[in-house]
Design a protein around this ligand. Structure first.
Ligand code: HEC
Ligand code: HEC
Length: 204
């Protein structure tokens, strides 16, 4: 318990210094909305709530996290054939505009689907897997999965298929833009990944 408290303290401190330090150029929300309507809506839904499980919902996400992902896709630090092209097509100012506009949208709640694995999923989310040094997800992503500004993403309500796919990508190294997440996913089995992803889909 003590280490978790210390950890949250450190994370909050890091967040504080980040927000003071990395104040981005002023976002133009109107331009962000316009761009989203032209380039993103087909896959991520009208308001950033995607209806296709392979495409993440990105409404109400912390804008600094979204901005980091768009920059990572554009630089190749995060690899995805679809998103690399879209991210590279946006200027840095437009990445800021669309990220901050998405943060103004409201995430639609989701549902857990698998009654059999809910207890395991909740146990991992709230307590981790002590025997493999997998920390509790909520230490960084918050008790309700709302994330922690600025760089710990909201997970609550995300499609379980997308979350599980990202965990497998972190585990295999296909997603290689965050060392702590790769370290956490490395020790998880498919069954554990699927259980926690389904639990997260129902968090609100
Ligand atoms: C053709 C479908 C498609 C279009 C159009 C598209 N995306 Fe995506 N987007 C995806 C898919 C699929 C992923 C998951 C990729 C992966 O596994 O990394 C994704 C991932 C993302 C992520 C990462 C989300 C996270 O939680 O880490 C962001 C941010 C994003 N897209 C923003 C955008 C923006 C902004 C646009 C418009 C400029 C856009 N996307 C257009 C399909 C699309
Ligand atoms: C030490 C802090 C920490 C812990 C503990 C942690 N995460 Fe993360 N997680 C992060 C950070 C930071 C990111 C953002 C990575 C980036 O910038 O690309 C992230 C990203 C993610 C993503 C990608 C989200 C998206 O929209 O693409 C998923 C999924 C995820 N974490 C799930 C989990 C799960 C499940 C657990 C528990 C088993 C967990 N995390 C524990 C810090 C943590």
């Amino acid at each position: 318990m003590k280490s978790i408290t210390t950890f949250i303290g450190a994370a909050a401190l890091a967040t504080l210094s980040l927000s003071v330090f990395a104040q981005p150029a002023q976002p133009d929300l109107r331009r962000g909305a316009e761009l989203f309507g032209q380039m993103c809506i087909a896959c991520h839904g009208v308001d950033g709530n995607s209806t296709t499980v392979a495409n993440p919902s990105i409404a109400q996400q912390h804008p600094e996290y979204t901005l980091k992902q768009l920059r990572d896709y554009a630089s190749g630090q995060r690899q995805n054939a679809i998103m690399s092209g879209f991210a590279a097509a946006l200027s840095d100012q437009d990445k800021i505009n669309v990220s901050f506009w998405l943060a103004t949208q409201t995430k639609t709640p989701g549902y857990a689907r698998n009654k059999e694995t809910i207890a395991l999923g909740e146990r991992i989310f709230r307590g981790g897997l002590a025997n493999r040094q997998v920390p509790a997800c909520m230490a960084c992503h918050g008790p309700a999965g709302a994330g922690l500004p600025a760089l710990y993403p909201r997970l609550a309500g995300q499609h379980a298929e997308y979350t599980a796919d990202q965990m497998r990508q972190f585990r295999s190294g296909a997603r290689n833009n965050n060392a702590p997440m790769s370290g956490i996913a490395r020790y998880m089995t498919d069954a554990e990944i699927e259980a926690v992803s389904d639990f997260i889909a129902g968090l609100r």
